[in-house]
Design a protein around this ligand. Sequence first.
Ligand code: S6P
Ligand code: ZN
Length: 189
Amino acid sequence: MTLEPHAVLLDPVSGTTQPQARASARTLEGMRGLFASEHTADRDNVVVYTTSTAPFVEGPGELSFGETRIEAGDLNGELFMTHGHIHIRPDGEVYIGQSGMGGVVLQKDDEVKWIPMTQNTVCYIPPLWKHRSVNTGSEPFVFLSVYPSQSGQDYEPVRRNGMGARVYRAGAGYSVIADNGAIIADAAS
Ligand code: S6P
Ligand code: ZN
């Protein structure tokens, strides 16, 4: 089965697709263990990010795409972010900035990279790089992701070993700090 040619409308602020085949929301409780510190029970239901996926089929050559919206916020200074994963099949992906400010932490073996993003930035994620996106601004950060629908997402390597770096609020800006303490990026805002 394949899909007919069709159009999907994106809302670059709410981070939704129309039509929408799948929607998800991750709360702080749903992300327990991923931030460097623990949240308090009164913040269990705080939404960190939502996703909205357009209709897709998982077949050879087929693509999937959808919006991700990361809320502005932090947990003890560590900026709100996605879970992060690696594709099960060695497929690349693109992220296209829609609104707000953020970036992507990417890791492959001992290499860690930070790609800052804003509206219209295209971040190319090559095969075999773990990837996690982060909101560095004071508004929601929304981006579109496009990837082969058979890629699959493996969350375990990130849950087990992290991403090699974390992104913290620093004054009005942010710092990307490697697990060994090295500063990978520093931005004023
Ligand atoms: C899928 C792609 C994105 C993420 C989304 C949420 O390959 O990278 O659509 O699924 O940004 O992140 P995560 O890490 O929870 O899947
Ligand atoms: Zn991905």
